[in-house]
Design a protein around this ligand. Structure first.
Ligand code: S3P
Length: 434
């Protein structure tokens, strides 16, 4: 995996040193993907500043470039020149989505509206992840979509065009699938209605509303999308709350820490983990500071504090933070139960198994169930752990390591490139600030 940030194969962490100072997260990954995909549909020049320099976002850049969008990077700003939806071209080669579920699933919705063939492939992890949740609804709109195992697994082969708006009653709540269907709906004839079993993250709706696109929220779980052309736009991507969660938990756990995260997304569907950490005893201050294309943005300050166990019911609003919340639980007083989290098993790794393996290596008592974990809090000891090729497991291991006295090692560390390549640099700066 290549990255602008030099990265050892194995991260060595000497734990126990406080983190102090101010830091900015990489641009929110979810918003970065969406901004680039919307820019591809909007004829003309869109400017996206602060998009994550993460490998996942590079995959989406690769997809829109293959579709004929010209990207001119200039420092932290990406200038995207799109010929507009009707001018997009058939990719000459298989599009490599690498590890990025968002590129594949959201991208499938974008290309389903185009009258040409697109093949979306991914790495080993992505090739194991469920795709029928996006394939079936796109088929219902008239796209010809195939994939391994009858369309359940990538590579996906999509011949799009001439979509009809339909009413979708989705079996799984998923921000990625909803976004795919919105992107398809904007290109379809008639109205597309998307009904989810639970509300998923709403970045796409917020951005489209801010752009004046034909998107109506009927209620928290139902969305209506009409056909429409998008106008080009400019935006600065707020910091990623899911990346911030790692720094926030580390600062909570290491005595003497005090960290401010600047300009992060305060989207209510993304910061539920802050309330959960508060219920465990974390000391957090949230200061809203404005909006960016419909996204609330602000600063969060965290101070070290002892934690107690909690009951954590998983939801779409908290799923990506569960690995690091499990680390918080490992240092808390009592037994924390994470429930309703079956989706964890089909993320970049089986995160029920990989979180349990990571915490057990640190000497933590963990029990697993098909839909969750029970974590016995205590005094974890330094360990050598593996990322399981999963960025959030690598980062969760690093946070546990920062909070232990002594030296730990995280193997296959470059997995962090997927979402937070500058984690080591940020932590070093914060430890120097102490
Ligand atoms: C995402 C939605 C979630 C999340 C993923 C990003 C998004 O996935 O886990 O990291 O940006 O919409 P699902 O759509 O599979 O729930």
């Amino acid at each position: 995996m290549t990255s602008a940030f030099p990265m050892p194969e194995e991260l060595v962490v000497a734990g126990g040193r406080p983190l102090r100072g101010t830091v900015r997260m990489p641009g929110c990954k979810g918003i970065s993907h969406r901004a680039l995909l919307l820019a591809a549909l909007a004829e003309g020049r869109s400017r996206v500043t602060g998009a994550a320099s993460a490998a996942d976002v590079a995959s989406t850049l690769g997809l829109i470039s293959a579709l004929g969008v010209r990207i001119a990077p200039g420092g932290d700003t990406l200038d995207s020149h799109s010929p507009g939806a009707d001018g997009l071209v058939e990719p000459a080669r298989i599009v490599d989505c690498a590890n990025s579920g968002s590129t594949m699933r959201m991208g499938a919705g974008l290309v389903a509206g185009r009258p040409f063939l697109t093949v979306l492939a991914g790495d080993e992890s992505l090739s194991r992840r469920p795709m029928r949740r996006v394939v079936d609804p796109l088929r219902a709109m008239g796209a010809a979509v195939d994939g391994r195992a009858g369309g359940e697994l990538a590579p996906l082969v999509i011949r799009g065009g001439a979509l009809d708006g339909v009413r979708h009653d989705l079996a799984v709540a998923s921000g990625q699938v909803k976004t795919a269907l919105v992107l398809a709906g904007l290109q379809a004839r008639g109205t597309t209605e998307i009904r989810e079993p639970a509300a998923s993250r709403d970045h796409t709706e917020r951005m489209l509303e801010a752009l004046g696109a034909p998107v109506d929220r009927i209620d928290a779980r139902t969305l209506r999308v009409g056909p429409g052309r998008l106008l080009p736009f400019e935006m600065t991507v707020p910091g990623d709350p899911s990346s911030a969660a790692f720094v926030i938990v580390a600062a909570t756990l290491v005595p003497g820490s005090e960290v401010t995260i600047e300009a992060m997304s305060l989207n209510p569907g993304r910061i539920a983990f802050l309330d959960l950490l508060r219920s465990m005893g974390a000391v957090l201050e949230v200061r809203p500071a404005g909006e960016e294309l419909g996204e609330p943005v602000g600063d969060v300050t965290v101070r070290a504090a002892p934690l107690r166990a909690a009951r954590i019911p998983a939801s779409e609003a908290i799923i990506d933070e569960l690995p690091v919340l499990a680390v918080a639980a490992a240092f808390a007083e009592g037994i924390t139960e994470i429930t309703g989290a079956a989706e964890l098993a089909v993320k970049e790794s089986d995160r029920i198994a990989s979180v349990a393996a990571t915490l057990r290596a640190f000497g933590v008592g963990v029990e697993t169930a098909p839909d969750g974990l029970a974590v016995r809090g205590g005094r974890p000891r330094p360990a050598t752990v593996d990322s399981h090729g999963d960025h959030r497991i690598a980062l969760a291991g690093a946070v546990a390591a920062l909070a232990c006295d002594g030296e730990s090692r995280i193997r296959d560390w470059p997995a962090v490139s997927v979402s937070y390549p500058q984690f080591e640099r940020d932590v070093e700066a914060l430890r120097r600030g102490a």
